[in-house]
Design a binder for this molecule. Sequence first.
Ligand code: CU
Length: 156
Amino acid sequence: MGRRYLAAFVAMTLATGLLLTACGQASGASTVAVTETIFNITVQPNKIQAGKVRFVVTNPSIMRHEFLVIRTDLGPSDLPTDFDGHVNEDAIDILDTIEDVPPRGSGALPIDLPAGHYVLICNLPEHYKEGMHAELLVTNANGEVPTAAPSSSSGS
Ligand SMILES: [Cu+2]
C-alpha cells in the first residue's frame, strides 16, 4: 500500500535533492548549474564568490557538448577564433574542461576559482560560433571582480 507513496516521495526527494545539495552540502563549495543546449549555455548563478566551485553541467539536448572554463577579460563572444570558428585554445587561459557532456547526460567539475572574469564555452566545431558561450563573475572578499592578473602575455 505505502509503496506508491514511497515511490513518489523518493522521486520528489531526488528532484529537490539537486537544489538542496547546492545549499546544504556547502562546506564552502558553491554549486553552479550550467545547461548546454543547441546552441546556448546558461549559468545559474552567474556571479559567485571566489573559492571552491562545483560546476554541474546538464545537457538536455540530443547533441554532444563539451565544457571549458576560461579565465579572460574578454567578452563571451570576443575570444580569439581560428578560421573555422573554433576558439584557438592555445591563445586562451583554460583552467579546466569536461571533454564530454553526452546527449541527455551531465557532468560535474569541481574546481577552485580565484576572483576574476570567466567565460564558459563549448568548443566543438561551430558550437562556440553558434552561441555556446556564457559569462561567470567571481568576486573577491570585497565583492569586486578584479581584471586578469598581469598574466600570460609576459612569457619568460
Ligand atoms: Cu556544444
